[in-house]
Design a binder for this molecule. Sequence first.
Ligand code: BGC
Length: 469
Amino acid sequence: MIVTVIILFALLLSWVLGCVTLSRRHPEPIWDWESIDTSDISFPKRFIWGSATAAHQVDGGNDNNNWSRWEQSVDEQGKPRVHNGDAAGSAVEHWDRYAADIKRMREDLGLQSYRFSIEWSRIEPRQGEFDPDAIAHYHDMIDAIIANGMEPMITLHHFTNPLWFEDLGGFEPEENIEYFVTYSKRMFEEYGPKVKRWCTINECGPYAVMGYGLGVFPPGVKNLQRMAVVLYHLMRAHTAVYDAIKAMPGGRDAEVGLVKNIFQFDPHKRWNLFHWALCRLADGAYNQSIIGYLQTGRFRVWVPGVAKLDRSHPEAALKSDFVGLNYYANLILSIFMKREPPFEPHAREGQVLTDMPYAIYAEGFYRALMRLKPLGKPIIVTENGIADDRDDRRALWIERYIYAMSRAIADGVDVRGYHYWSLIDNFEWAEGWQMSFGLYANNRETQERTLREGSLAYRNIVEKWSSDA
Ligand code: BGC
């Protein structure tokens, strides 16, 4: 009897101590917004204000990549892969309308930087064949950005693969990395003289997790070990492209960085050790694997019984001239939650939900910036924005998140720029057309863009804090 009591007491004590230690180490601050003046902000002189898009989400006519095929396919139950059976299709015709879009982001909003992605499947539609018209298109686009007094920021890979590359297995076989390097080198050769900032890969985490873990992005695999392998190869691909560009003429002067999405995983109940365990495992696989690799060259994913990968490449450490941060929200996990997205739209009491299944939580943006601080690299916010079809929360989002960023800067984080996601409403991957992230609404019948009321909050901040204002 006494032994049982002692064991139970020891278990209880470890449980409590475990929760207390984890809570201390991973706080989930909730700020008292009532008492915060979000206009109490300050930014360095040369801070860059911009907005971002990705080719497949806005271009239209991308029909030679893994996503266009995915959009036409159905799952095992015959259900379309994308919400509502939507497809990117002609999208918002940015391919043809980029000139007006660029002009308006400068004239209406005073933006200084435009982050966009190059569609690899247009540039290299068949393996080894580069399309001169597509290459010329991006020259024209870059020229238009510069002519409007803005800086182009290129993303080489934003979720889409040319079909030929996908059919070779995408990033799963390690030997395929070289195809991505060849394409990237070609792009740098073309545009390097005009473009200073380069993002290698957008969000390795979501690409691997959604495509190979949860199976909701192409190729629809649900296997955590394969997910870990893909994630690892994406990191290796980043390093390989970084090295390749640095070795090219002009490469030393270019700024080449990885874009990391951070979602924090916070336990639904902070007194529940199981919730904590889930969060720490998720964080290890999704965030720390990548941050650790950037910091030390060690890539490690460990999910007991399902995924294990541990590789060290010390020479890869710190090979990112800046870190691109995409930040949206934290995710609140519990062991009883659904194992498939959309995860429960958990929000803490009093928090406001976005149209995506997460809340407005600007404190998390501050946390993400603080987490990247030890890397000692400049940070450029490459994406941050809200899906808000009613446009009744956009201004709140903008003011709070930019306030949180200013607070992180005041606390010593070297943030150099901010890109609002997104310039225009666009095709939101597995969510299809239902999410309105745009500073501009778009009428898909007429392709008419309208600046949203809520976006004026961004314009006001840019006006006040941009160096060329
Ligand atoms: C992606 C974007 C996407 C956005 C909003 C990011 O994960 O890079 O392509 O539209 O989030 O969900």
